[in-house]
Design a protein around this ligand. Structure first.
Ligand code: DX5
Ligand code: ZN
Length: 299
């Protein structure tokens, strides 16, 4: 294009188009484009120079476009959440134990039954133990997902396996030999899970990630149902999802405590593949409706 009276207007148009390209592509360095445009404005008195600058800016733009395609971080805010099927594991801790069989039938549409065992030592509450697990096993076809909140769980792993557990999850804080406990669970032919309290650094489970079938993020301090979800848990789920994807992408990433239809989707988007819920399932109008509400929230 020859340099003349119309060159500044044309440069503005080109600059505008560049800016549009930048914003459409969500390139982070928009400020670079803005600076180029200000440059054009300042140099309008020298149209030939402006034209050269416009060409340079366009080249730069193409370079940024290339970079943004190569760099997944540039697209992160626009990417859809990975599509993972999310399992539901209602906790029978919140059910009516005088009707255990019916309460288990009510959650037949769930994926697992979550069984919270508390010893009054590792956590400040006693729930139930082997006979209830064995009864639940007889009353339901759902896989029994046993969460042991007990000191030195290695003492009872065989008993829980024989009573009907399909997966057994142990706390890193509850034993000196967490890796041995994981090995023992697998030797018993069961899925092995590890978990950690909200105040325990995630690094405590990192060495185990390649060897487990399940990682459970406690999103309340264990011991009681009906507590409020701890918001920082979502970021912990996201971090663990990243770590698991590197070494063991098939492992389940479970969240337990204060899960409701209001936060279920957020947790799934952060990378959870299994949500435990007690009061949100059994607390209102029965287990079947509670499971359905969570399914709807995740749809
Ligand atoms: C807490 C238990 C949870 C609890 C979940 O120590 O591990 O499984 O029952 O109950 P809600 O969903 O009511 O927080
Ligand atoms: Zn639990």
């Amino acid at each position: 294009m020859p340099c003349g009276a119309t060159a500044p207007a044309e440069n503005w148009r080109r600059a505008g188009r560049l800016l549009e390209q930048f914003s459409e592509l969500r390139v982070r360095r928009k400020s670079t484009a803005t600076r180029s445009i200000l440059c054009f404005a300042a140099l309008q008195v020298r149209p030939a120079l402006c034209f050269v600058l416009a060409l340079l800016a366009q080249k730069l733009c193409h370079l940024f476009v290339k970079c943004s395609r190569l760099d997944p971080v540039s697209h992160s805010s626009a990417s859809p959440a990975p599509a993972r099927a999310v399992k539901l594991a209602p906790s029978i801790l919140s059910c009516d134990f005088s009707r255990l069989g019916e309460e288990l039938q009510a959650i037949a549409g769930a994926d697992w039954a979550h069984v919270d065992v508390m010893d009054g030592a590792f956590v400040p509450n006693i729930s139930f133990g082997l006979p209830i697990l064995a009864a639940a096993r007889r009353a339901s076809n759902l896989p029994m997902d046993v969460h042991l909140m007990i000191e030195r769980p290695e003492r009872y792993l065989r008993d829980f396996a024989e009573a009907g557990a399909d997966s057994i999850t142990v706390h890193v804080e509850a034993t000196q030999h967490i890796h041995r406990a994981v090995q023992q669970i697998k030797e018993l032919g069961k899925k092995a899970g590890v978990t950690l309290n909200p105040g325990t650094p995630l690094e405590a489970v990192r060495p185990l990630l390649a060897d487990v079938d399940l990682v459970l993020v406690m999103s309340v301090n264990p011991g009681f149902g009906g507590q409020k979800f701890i918001p920082a848990s979502t970021e912990r789920v996201r971090t663990l999802r990243g770590w698991l994807d590197e070494v063991n992408p098939q492992a389940e990433l479970q969240v337990d405590g204060g899960v409701t239809p209001a936060n279920a989707r957020l947790l799934a988007e952060a990378g959870a593949t299994c949500l435990v819920a007690g009061s949100a399932v059994y607390g209102a109008d029965g287990g079947a409706a509670g499971v359905q509400r969570l399914r709807d929230a995740l749809a």
